[in-house]
Design a protein around this ligand. Sequence first.
Ligand code: CAA
Length: 380
Amino acid sequence: MFELPEDVQQIQQLARDFARKEVLPGAQKRDHEHAFPADLVRQLGEMGFMGMFVPEAYGGAGLSTLAYVVALEEICYADASVGVTMSVNNSLVCWPILANGTEAQKLKYLPDLASGTKLGCYALTEPDAGSDAGAQRTRATPDGDDYVLNGNKIWITNAPFADLCVGYASLAPEERNKAVCAFILDAKAPGFNVGKLEEKLGITSSATSELVFENLRVSRENLLGAERQGFRIAMATLDGGRIGIAAQALGIAQRAFDLAVAHARQRMAFGKPIAANQAIQWMIADMATRIESARLLTWRAAIFKDGADSARASHYCSMAKLAASETANFCADKALQIHGGYGYSKEYEVERLFRDARITTLYEGTSEIQRIVISRNYLG
Ligand code: CAA
């Protein structure tokens, strides 16, 4: 498939119009002020973009993963901070509830998440459980009809503004991934504490913080999936999340490319536009080729994820994330180089893109973790 289906093209156009008109104009200011885009999140919810693949029966837009990644790329073209807020809510919160929740859980939580009335976060990472996600230390202690959770989570995107959280805790940390459980947590409950806010290099207007669970009481009704199935849920969720980050990276890369082309055409040096130099032409050619390759991989992963054999999509998701995130960093770097000293100035957008690109090879699994997932598919 080399052309998007017509219905997906319509979603792409809708996202593009909104992104360029509403999201792009304030992106620099929000970045400089570290201002969370609450108003834009609300508008994205009204457009159906906060629960894109949630079926209409649960208040969502009922769209495909392909439509989701195409729309997300457009939002991230304008502002990757807005994009990651949307991506976490869709991929890391709506998806695991949809895939693993009981009917009652889906009816209770998905409509508000999909409409953007409520915002979700995903709490897996801990101080000693980053790449090694199975090393969960947060403990879930059964107590009558409840569990009591204690532990710390870090780097949690959306946490300071979240209403609910898909969070992970272990019945027995010494059993590593075998004892992990997934829960739907009420972010307003006593014992659910938002800790230190992170000051980040990039995506500064997205909100990231620590979470401290202090005797956080959770009803058994809020267990997501079966006991001890949490690690599998976390990993399957991240498969979809990684396509979202691939889409985010593509948006950053495409914006960097477009700015580089525009600058190369208008910037004069030695009596001619710098685009007349082969050094610039080769950079533009390499950027374009990497973007197109990564985009095809991302679409391929999204189509695989929507297919009957979606459980086998992991390595395609990792390939998409690896290719697109490395491409975003490559393109942001080259765009800055083409801009020369201007690119190093906070007045120019490429400076923000250079910083925003950096996270894409880190979160939802580093490039090194993606290579582990990909190589295991071939080597076992
Ligand atoms: N789908 C379903 N199940 C899966 C799976 C998947 N994609 N991947 C693994 N599993 C299952 C395995 O089948 C296995 O099940 P059994 O025990 O029944 O056999 C179990 O999970 C354990 O799998 P592994 O042996 O592969 O586990 P591991 O300890 O070797 O870890 C890993 C594998 C790929 C390295 C994993 O730890 C990983 O992905 N680490 C990176 C963590 C990460 O991406 N964190 C991101 C945090 S969230 C975030 O960043 C959000 C944000 O800010 C925006």
